[in-house]
Design a binder for this molecule. Structure first.
Ligand code: ADP
Ligand code: MG
Length: 689
């Protein structure tokens, strides 16, 4: 059967359908209802409360009348069952609708029943005209409602018509199953052609629920299968460098250099890494740890394992500021060990750059720190054994795949400061092994957070003054609204001027996104060295910077920030021995969601809890902030709501991949037909195709 065989299809409608991505009969079958209305219960009119409940009533027509004039013109049809009367009202199209009615006729109205004056009414009810009472049985059904759009309404494609088409298609078509029998049975999924019936022509609520589950499963299963395949092809088949020895570097660092004990979380992450790099396979591991949990030391441990075995390591951060900061931290730790570490960033002079590149290629340089350009540009390494990526979620799956597959196939260690909720991590990072660093290094006092209105600035500044006088340092953060960076700058600059006056006894600095990176760096350095006590900034300080003496943070217009962003910001303080304070200042008008965010921040310091809440508020696309995050846009499934289906689909997919990686078995033939093109598409996306 072809689209064109459907009744009522003309070129305009075909165009409208194709604008919605419907080019074939199968596409149309995959066009699912947005919701269903339940017409299975017929209510006695007397029983209705009139508060707008959606229901079906059946009665005989008592009166048909045209009422009102001009714009108030309307058709009223009064029906009565053996309990009471109800009025159907049409403000539009009454002239046409009235043709189907005659007095004493039996009709069913479906709609929202509201009490208006003396009468219960339904505005524009759906109507079925019935021959006699026996037809009531047939009429009762679950009616699918399909999503509409502009081109649909222009060409008069409505939900009813789509439903008619689906009925027609399902009379003739029976799409073949491709999920293996065993999986259907194990997860109690309806077979494909039945599922289509259950979704378009359900007999009950449980019908379409089961059908939806199946299609969600199918979608997530294919996705997970592609991730499993990717892992199988790219990683499992790939030999990993062997870091067999824990040598001098590692021993000296942990025994002599490191000024503190590792936390339990750090130690267990390191032991995971040690196992990976001795397995003979390529490591592809994510370290998840809240801000301040001490991921850098873990990375250093991994770097030393590479160096001890004669390999080089690369350490990459999303921004130059961060790369520079990591360069300083790493230098501090590694210089005493006579390790050569170099910073590679865009702004360096050509001669210096050439020099660095030569050292990397020749092997004189052990560790390169930079932005992700380090991997993307034509930097050739002497013997790269490990790539560390900090603040992972800004990188995206694609870049990660590039690193894994290109060059010398280094081990990859990614570190995420944004605690990604389990549900999302499972999907996004299915191909990664995950270590979670729980808890913060000892001696840390949790940051205390307060929410205040702008009116309290006086009191806030007084408090801040005490902290400063007591030797602390402060961040004052202004929001950055992308559409108008200029306006923010005005905010931050005005704030800077104000604070300079208010805190005349201290040094106040300003840092914002439009400054050159040398300028930013200079200001940052001054803050680190405590030559500046108050740092006014836009959100450029969001990730990674480490100034343990900073103990107070004031966030202006805090209601404009997202939850994860606030959490990242707050992570800048509470890094030293001092009790730290975060004050979230908000304006007069705060949306309900804004209030929720502020309250959440004041209630918890737990990054995972905050991330979970943020994900719920914003949805996965926004949460990750980037389309290239690697997450496909699922059509049917919702990776938050449908977590349990995701887990089932994942385990089924990975098991199948382990048993029959090429889908060569006869009972996987149909699956292979569907999967091969799907996988091709996904791997193209990953830059591997
Ligand atoms: P993040 O996980 O946010 O990247 P960092 O690696 O920047 O955290 O560590 C935050 C701070 O905690 C740094 O100043 C670091 O030196 C310190 N730190 C890390 N591990 C420990 C530890 N086990 N004990 C005490 N301080 C630690
Ligand atoms: Mg960090």
């Amino acid at each position: 059967m072809k689209l064109i065989d459907l009744p009522g299809l003309n070129t305009k409608r075909i165009k409208a359908l194709s604008e919605s991505g419907i080019h074939s009969i199968l596409d149309l079958l995959n066009f699912f209802p947005r919701r269903y209305i339940d017409r299975t219960t017929v209510s006695p009119i007397q029983s209705l409360s009139g508060s707008g409940e959606e229901t079906t009533v059946v009665g005989r027509i008592k009166k048909i009348q045209q009422k009102g004039y001009g714009r108030k013109k309307r058709l009223e049809v009064i029906i009565q069952d053996n309990t009471a009367a109800l009025k159907g009202v049409w403000f539009k199209g009454g002239h046409y609708i009235r043709k189907q009615f005659s007095e004493d006729q039996l009709v069913a109205f479906f709609g929202k029943a509201k009490q208006y004056g003396r009468y219960l009414s339904m505005a524009h009810p759906e109507v079925d005209t019935l021959g006699d009472e026996s037809e009531v049985e047939n009429l009762q059904q679950i009616v699918p409602i399909y999503p509409g759009n502009k081109s649909f309404s222009k060409t008069y494609i409505n939900s009813k018509l789509i439903h008619r088409w689906q009925q027609m298609i399902l009379k003739h078509e029976s799409p073949p199953e491709f999920l293996p029998d065993g999986i259907l049975k194990e997860h109690q999924l309806p077979v494909r052609h039945k599922a289509y019936r259950m979704i378009h022509l359900p007999a009950s609520e449980s019908d379409y629920k089961m059908a939806f589950k199946r299609f969600k499963f199918e979608e997530l299963f294919l996705f997970e299968l592609s991730v499993a395949k990717m892992k199988h092809e790219v990683i499992e088949k790939q030999q990993g460098h062997l870091f067999a020895d824990l040598g001098n570097y590692t021993r000296r660092f942990f025994n002599e250099e490191l000024p503190f004990e590792l936390t339990e979380g750090q130690a267990s992450a390191l032991s995971d890494i040690k196992q990976d790099v001795r397995s003979g396979k390529q490591m592809n591991r994510l370290i998840q740890g809240d801000v301040g949990s001490g991921k850098t030391v873990v990375a250093i441990g991994a770097i030393l394992m590479a160096l001890d075995n004669g390999f080089q390591a690369a350490f990459m951060a999303p921004t130059e500021i961060l790369a520079e900061q990591h360069f300083r931290t790493l230098s501090e730790f590694l210089d005493p060990l006579d390790i050569t570490i170099r910073l590679l960033v865009g702004k360096q002079k050509n001669s210096l750059r050439t020099d660095i590149l030569t050292d990397i290629e020749g092997g004189a340089c052990n560790v390169v720190v930079g932005t992700h350009a380090v991997i993307q540009q034509e930097v050739s390494f002497h013997r790269l054994g490990l790539a560390v990526i900090d603040e992972q979620h800004r990188f995206g799956v694609r870049q990660r795949a590039e690193i894994l597959t290109k060059g010398s196939h280094p081990h990859v260690l990614v570190m995420s400061a944004t605690p990604i909720p389990r549900s999302l991590a499972m999907t996004l990072y299915s191909d990664l092994d995950i270590s979670v660093i729980k808890g913060l290094p000892g001696g840390r006092k949790p940051v205390r957070t307060a929410v205040r209105t702008q009116k309290k600035h006086q009191a806030i500044y007084n408090f801040m003054e005490q902290e400063l006088a007591d030797g602390g340092q402060a961040y004052v953060v202004y929001p950055l609204v992308e559409e108008s960076e200029k306006m923010d700058l005005k905010d931050a600059t005005a704030g800077y001027e104000k604070l300079k006056n208010r805190f005349a006894d201290f040094n106040v600095g300003l840092i914002h996104g439009q400054m050159k990176s040398e300028e930013k760096d200079a200001v940052m350095q001054q803050f680190v060295a405590n030559q500046i006590q108050v740092l006014v900034s836009t959100t450029v300080i969001e990730v990674g910077v480490d100034v343990p003496n900073a103990s107070i943070m004031i966030v202006e217009h805090a209601e404009r920030f997202g939850l994860s962003q606030l959490h990242q910001l707050r992570g800048r303080i509470g890094r030293g021995q001092r009790q730290s304070y975060c004050i979230l200042v908000h304006g007069q008008k705060v949306s309900k969601e804004g209030r929720f965010r502020l309250r959440k921040m004041s209630e918890t310091n737990d990054g995972f809890e905050i991330a979970e809440a943020d994900l719920k508020l914003r949805g996965p696309g926004d949460f990750l902030g980037t389309k290239q995050s690697g997450l496909p846009e699922f059509e049917v499934a919702d990776i938050i709501e449908d977590q349990w289906i995701l887990e089932q689909a994942k385990s089924a997919a990975w098991q199948l991949m382990a048993e029959d990686p090429d889908l060569a078995r006869p009972n996987h033939r149909e699956l292979k037909k569907v999967f091969v093109p799907y996988y091709k598409e996904r791997s193209r996306f990953y830059g591997m195709g």
